[in-house]
Write a protein that binds this ligand. Structure first.
Ligand code: PBG
Length: 328
């Protein structure tokens, strides 16, 4: 009798065998839930392009956060949605202590203490009337170094409000070093920086713009990365680590799994990847049409992101994925 002598199917025969030889194992604590807290609303507002995701009031944010923490998720990433009339050229609602993001952080820190990891988006686009991630020059360009001064102030405000982690997502040069210096100068030496190391100018952020009522006209290609580039992310990684990043992130995740792998291979720091709004929405929309099984597709996508090298995955489906993982 000749072959096949090599029979990989042996290891696939039963659920128990497959479990035994699984190369990637996810734990609920590796998942982070991005959440939106909005000013000037009385009840949660559904985001139509992200089924199941809402803009929260501070109260509903607290309830949803408790649900997520009960499900075992490892952290919460908070985004603020100010009232339209509170947006201005410099995004001042972002660092005001009574700004909605800072109030949300304060409420969650009061509820949870150190029981979960509270992360804050450290960026201006939610708060500016022009929708860019930075302040503008007179000619309308994003002014890198003037924006750094604003990020410093945002990060310090978020630290005061109770964040454990700041997540600078604006892709300004030098943002990690600037924020580190500002935090240290205010005594926040333990504030952790999750650097958006590789952040691409992606069409998959579409639904997020609805989620934060973004006023952006145009695009972010002068500061976010060109999807054509791979080595550029390695250079961004070196810069972020040198500037003091504690954790690094790749975003989006699903179309950039090669970048996730590159970054994981090049650093020993924790690597996060963000399954962004459009990636979530694609799966949700296909599932609504009955073309794809939502639970199975989300679980598979999150597992794939981990397999590519991320030890932390941000996903809008974090609580339900966590619950399914815990049941296994
Ligand atoms: C910028 C920011 C964005 C996202 C997270 N932080 C929007 C952008 O860069 O255009 C997108 C997240 C998502 O799409 O889920 N503050």
């Amino acid at each position: 009798m000749t072959g096949p002598f090599i029979r990989p199917r042996r290891l696939r025969q039963t659920p128990a065998m497959r479990r035994l030889v699984a190369e990637t194992r996810l734990h609920p604590s590796q998942l982070v839930l991005p959440m939106f807290v909005a000013d000037g609303i009385d009840e949660p507002r559904p985001i139509s392009s992200m089924p199941g995701v809402v803009q929260h009031t501070v109260d509903s944010l607290r309830a949803a956060a408790h649900d997520a923490v009960d499900a075992g998720v490892g952290g919460l990433m908070l985004f603020g949605v100010p009232r339209a009339e509170d947006k201005d050229a410099t995004g001042s609602a972002g660092d005001r202590p009574d700004g909605v993001l800072n109030r949300g952080l304060e409420a969650l820190r009061a509820d949870f203490g150190d029981e979960t990891v509270l992360m804050a988006d450290t960026c201006l686009d939610e708060f500016t009337d022009h929708g860019h991630c930075g302040v503008l020059t007179e000619s309308g360009d994003v002014d890198n170094d003037a924006t750094l001064r604003r990020y410093e102030s945002l990060a310090v405000a978020q630290a005061r409000a109770g964040a454990h982690v700041v997540g600078p997502s604006g892709m300004m040069d030098g943002q990690v070093a600037a924020i580190r210096d500002a935090l240290d100068a205010e005594g926040f030496i333990d504030m952790t920086i999750l650097a958006y190391t590789a952040k691409y100018a992606s069409a998959f952020y579409g639904p997020f713009r609805e989620a934060v009522d973004s006023s952006l006209v145009g695009d972010r290609r002068t500061y976010q990365q060109d999807p054509a580039n791979r080595l550029e992310s390695a250079r961004e990684l070196l810069a972020d680590l040198e500037e003091g990043a504690d954790m690094v992130m790749v975003k989006p995740a699903m179309s950039y799994l090669d970048i996730v792998r590159d970054v994981a291979d090049r650093t020993d720091a924790p690597v996060a990847a963000y399954q962004v709004s459009g990636e979530y929405a694609m799966i949700a929309a296909a599932a609504e049409r009955g073309w794809i099984d939502f639970d199975a597709a989300i679980d598979e996508s999150v597992l794939s992101i981990a397999r590519a090298g991320a030890s932390i995955v941000l996903t809008y489906a974090a609580p339900e994925v966590a619950r399914r993982l815990a049941r296994r």
